[in-house]
Design a protein around this ligand. Structure first.
Ligand SMILES: *Cc1c(COP(=O)(O)O)cnc(C)c1O
Length: 235
C-alpha cells in the first residue's frame, strides 16, 4: 500500500509530461527551454513523494509552509535545491536560514530586513523575488504594483539579499486568456525595473504559472513555473 496519493511511477511520468509541455510551448513561442525551470511544489505531500520526484531528476523543489519545509529538507537526503514560495512571517525566517536557495515571496521591507539579518549571521546572501499582488486580492500577499519600485529600491540596499526578479500568483481564471494580462503585467513591471539599472537588482527571473496556467505564463516570459497538483496529484 502506498503511503501517499500518487505512485512513484505516476510522479515520474507526470514530471516527464510537464517537461514535454514546457518544451512544446517554448518551441511554439520561440523561447529556449533552458530559460524555464520547473519548480515542483511539494507542499502537503510526504517526503516519499518528493524522493520519487528527485529520483526522476526533478531536483528543484518548492515549499509554502516553514515548518513543513524545514522538516522535509531534513528528511529528504538526496541533493536538491529548495525554494520557499509561501507567505512568510518575519519571526520564522530564522528557520530557513542557510536552507533555501531562493525566497519567492518577499512582499514588504520588514521581511527583507529580517532575511538580510538572518543570512548576514552566516555572512551569506540569498536570492529573493519580490511578490506582487497583481489582482490586489485581500487573501493574497504581495506588494501592489504602485508600491513595487519603491520597495525594490529599499530592498536593493540590503547586503545579504539579491533581488533576482518578481513573482505573482494572479487570480484563478477558468479562461486562461483572462489570466494572460496579469502575467504580461508582471513582465512589463520587470522590464520597467530593469531599465532603472539598480545596483544589486537583476530581473532575470519571473516566477509565474502553476498547474492550471503555466503554459500561458511561459508564453508571457515566465522563467520559474511552480507546479504542484499536476505532478503530485490533488492536495
Ligand atoms: C501551492 C502553490 C503552487 C502550486 O499550485 P498547483 O495549482 O498545485 O500547481 C504554486 N505557487 C504557490 C505560491 C503555491 O502556494
Amino acid at each position: 500500500m502506498s503511503v501517499f496519493k500518487g505512485q512513484p511511477m505516476d510522479i515520474a511520468a507526470n514530471i516527464k509530461q510537464i517537461q514535454e509541455r514546457i518544451a512544446a510551448v517554448c518551441q511554439s513561442c520561440g523561447r529556449d527551454p533552458d530559460e524555464v525551470r520547473l519548480v515542483a511544489v511539494s507542499k502537503k505531500k510526504p517526503a516519499a513523494a518528493i524522493e520519487a520526484a528527485v529520483t526522476a531528476g526533478q531536483t528543484l523543489l518548492g515549499e509554502s509552509y516553514v515548518q513543513e519545509c524545514v522538516a522535509k529538507i531534513e528528511t529528504v537526503k538526496a541533493a536538491a535545491e529548495w525554494h520557499f514560495i509561501g507567505a512568510l512571517q518575519s519571526n520564522k525566517v530564522k528557520y530557513l536560514r542557510g536552507k533555501v536557495a531562493m525566497i519567492h515571496s518577499v512582499d514588504r521591507f520588514s521581511l527583507a530586513e529580517e532575511i538580510d539579518r538572518q543570512w548576514g549571521k552566516d555572512n551569506a546572501c540569498v536570492d529573493i523575488l519580490i511578490q506582487v499582488n497583481l489582482g490586489e486580492e485581500e487573501s493574497k500577499s504581495g506588494t501592489t504594483a504602485s508600491d513595487l519600485i519603491a520597495l525594490v529600491k529599499q530592498v536593493a540596499r540590503l547586503q545579504h539579499v539579491r533581488i533576482k526578479g518578481l513573482m505573482a500568483l494572479p487570480p484563478w481564471e477558468a479562461d486562461l486568456e483572462e489570466v494572460r494580462p496579469y502575467f504580461r503585467q508582471l513582465r512589463e513591471l520587470a522590464e520597467q525595473i530593469d531599465a532603472l539599472a539598480l545596483p544589486n537588482v537583476t530581473m532575470q527571473e519571473l516566477s509565474m504559472g502553476m498547474s492550471h496556467d503555466f503554459e500561458v505564463a511561459i508564453e508571457e516570459g515566465s522563467t520559474l513555473v511552480r507546479v504542484g497538483t499536476a505532478i503530485f496529484g490533488a492536495r
